[in-house]
Design a protein around this ligand. Sequence first.
Ligand SMILES: Nc1nc2c(ncn2[C@@H]2O[C@H](COP(=O)(O)OP(=O)(O)OP(=O)(O)O)[C@@H](O)[C@H]2O)c(=O)[nH]1
Ligand SMILES: [Mg+2]
Length: 494
Amino acid sequence: MAGTEELEKRFREQFCKWMGRSVDFKLVYSASRDGMSPEIFHQKCDNKGPTVVIGYNTDGCVFGGYTSVEWKACTCGTAQTRRDEKAFLFSLKFMNTYSPRIFPVKNPELAITTCSTHSPVFGVAATPDMVIIPNKEVNKDINRNFDTGLTREDIKFGTVYDNGYFTMQQVTSNNYIFKNVEIYQIMDPVRLDKPWRDDNKYNTATLRKMVEDYCPVGDAGVTQSRILLIGSVGAGKSSYFNTINSIFRGHVTCQASTGSAEFSLTTKYRCHQFRNDSTYLKFLLCDTRGMENGRGIDEYYLTGLLDGHVPDGYMSDKFSPIDILLSYIKTPTVNSKIHCVAFVIDSGSVDVMNKSILSKFKLVQNLANQRGIPQVILLTKVDQIELDVDKDLTQLLHSSRVAYVVDQVAQLIGLPRGHVLPVKNYEKETELNETVDRFALLSLQKMLRFANDYMYELLDTRQPPRTLSSYSWVIAIALLLFSIFCSLWISQRR
Ligand SMILES: Nc1nc2c(ncn2[C@@H]2O[C@H](COP(=O)(O)OP(=O)(O)OP(=O)(O)O)[C@@H](O)[C@H]2O)c(=O)[nH]1
Ligand SMILES: [Mg+2]
């Protein structure tokens, strides 16, 4: 069935663009869930402020209307038209093809008609511009079946709304059999006065210096900490490397290939280093090929990644017997193992994450847990969560919606919320931006700290060197044997 609890992400984005601001959508009515009658519609939708009505017909057309005024079941029994300068009709999909179009109101006085015996009507009751709700039952044709008693011929698109030369046929394919009708209440997002995470301790310059000065734990035998970037295709793994690289190079770089494709753009395992003038920084970001939907993941290869068996530049995401002979690093040192795993997740994918991708994350998580390797979530594309955050990234920690996505992804993956690190990668920018740098450096600093925690744990659990007391029983036996030997020798000499 089309349209359930979650309005498609691109529909939501399109609405926000049409409304010129970022808004939240709350499903208040679903015909397939709640049933169909003017009474139910009024029970669920009256006095809810601005709403958007969306119809999904059986030809794959999605269309509807938005009004900023409230629906009301007026007790007088007669239909009342209401003025709304902001109302508009729209088409989102025509015959399964995404084709967003807006039809703004041209006669605001007659924008909607509301009455206790009518479902929502855009325009006037006798000749509405668009009919979205059929009578009585979902999945029934409208021929003389509207609660308003209308037929198709009564629909006069272009009377109250500017149809821009489009016909209703081009919006609905003249099909009024609905698979579902949904109504969403539109709410302005809440700006949190207090940030949802207190991350103000260090400014960008200090963070940069901390990362530059970072060293792995002294006695752990690690010269450069390794952070593994793992996630689905297009999540932003290579862009994260480019973002960090840009910070240290002083301009926006594109060393790793990035972009959108069905299959992973990154085809080989790369352990990227970072230069600061002439010295290398003491960490590596290990970029992997994106996990593809419906494609299996090789557990042996994953284990090899975590344990440092996969060489830099390795071209596959599995090991063939010949690879095991030729490329496989047989005796990796602690230096080539992974010290922190970062699950790179596109914030737009959180509420629609595919089960097969989730199970791959769980597999990596199990393997990392068995080895005690700390894990974080790099939540990318946070600029796409909300228009206001896109316009001004400093609003990130004041956005209730970003806070919500952070909670959601922490629950989904099963990591503490503090392990979710929101970032916006360099993507449309051509020059460095301090706030982009700040969130990227904050995430990196946290991962490096976690990598050091792992090394401390390694040191603490290594077998302690044997002390004299642990050899005491050996010494005691040796002394005993020596004294027996001496007494035998003395007795023989006598
Ligand atoms: N708006 C926005 N776009 C981003 C962000 N991060 C990455 N992108 C875009 O997302 C697309 C995919 O990014 P990549 O870095 O290539 O993703 P990947 O995870 O390396 O993908 P594969 O190598 O194909 O697995 C690119 O077009 C990027 O420009 C971000 O934070 N915000
Ligand atoms: Mg990549």
